[in-house]
Write a protein that binds this ligand. Structure first.
Ligand SMILES: [Fe+2]
Ligand SMILES: [Fe+2]
Length: 246
């Protein structure tokens, strides 16, 4: 079978699977695009079942997914995280900082953007050293606050993205204050120093370069991420099966 007929067959199989299913979006996926208080759009559900597992539009994940499986099948382009981790490696940072760089934006890449540092920290917390989760949680906050001692300036890209008059919310001021006085401030700050503002489209960094560092610093659960009953397992399951009805 040539590539074209294979693609046509897959399209056909997908269309058939979709015909049999009712797939709805969680409120958070459409909140803002429409008022969540509006009644949901009516769908013709006659003869169809509500999706309760794998979404046929997505690549299927292994039964026991690893962190790298999430990178490969569920996260958006990860060049930014990979290049940040490579930079931390090149700058001689320790493995905690390198791992933190590798996963720091995983929430923005595969889950939720708003407060992405907090969500990402929660996702990884059961599997990494507390200090790594701390750095990931606070990198989002520290990005807004310069620190000359580390050569960290307010990013030019933020002026472009948010305008010159943007001021962080008071809760971020408080979080910054807290983090600055914390024993792990340096780890979180080093993450922001290596968190690349702009990535190089010509620099190819492979996940496998970090296999050993991840192996030593990320406690991959035997059952697979999402199935180990950890405090964040449900979040990994939601990324795996984002459109399940319940
Ligand atoms: Fe970030
Ligand atoms: Fe980042």
């Amino acid at each position: 079978m040539n590539d074209l007929s294979r693609a046509e067959l897959l399209d056909h199989e997908l269309a058939e699977a979709m015909d049999k299913l009712v797939i709805v979006k969680s409120a958070i996926y459409t909140s803002g695009e429409c008022d969540p208080r509006d009644p949901p759009q009516r769908q013709d559900t006659a003869g169809r079942l509500h999706l309760m597992g794998h979404d046929p539009r997505l690549p299927k994940m292994p039964a026991k997914p690893t962190l790298f499986d999430f990178f490969n099948y569920r996260f958006g382009p990860a060049a930014h995280m990979l290049q940040s981790a490579r930079l931390a490696l090149k700058n001689g940072c320790n493995e905690k900082v390198i791992l933190a760089c590798l996963v720091h934006d995983c929430s923005a890449a595969g889950f939720i953007r708003a407060d992405h540092g907090y969500w990402a920290a929660q996702l990884i917390a059961p599997y990494v050293d507390e200090e790594v989760a701390f750095a990931v949680r606070y990198h989002q906050v520290l990005r807004f606050y310069p620190d000359e001692a580390f050569g960290y300036k307010y990013p030019d890209s933020y002026v472009r993205l948010f305008g010159p008059n943007y001021r962080p919310e008071p809760y971020l001021d408080r979080a910054h204050e807290y983090c600055r006085n914390h024993k792990w401030y340096e780890t979180a700050r080093l993450l922001t120093v290596n968190d690349l503002y702009s990535f190089d489209p010509n620099l190819q960094v492979e996940l496998k370069e970090f296999t050993d560092i991840v192996g030593r610093n990320f406690r991959q659960p035997e059952e697979g991420l999402g199935f180990d009953n950890s405090p964040s397992a449900h979040m990994w399951r939601t990324i795996n099966w984002p459109t399940r009805y319940l």
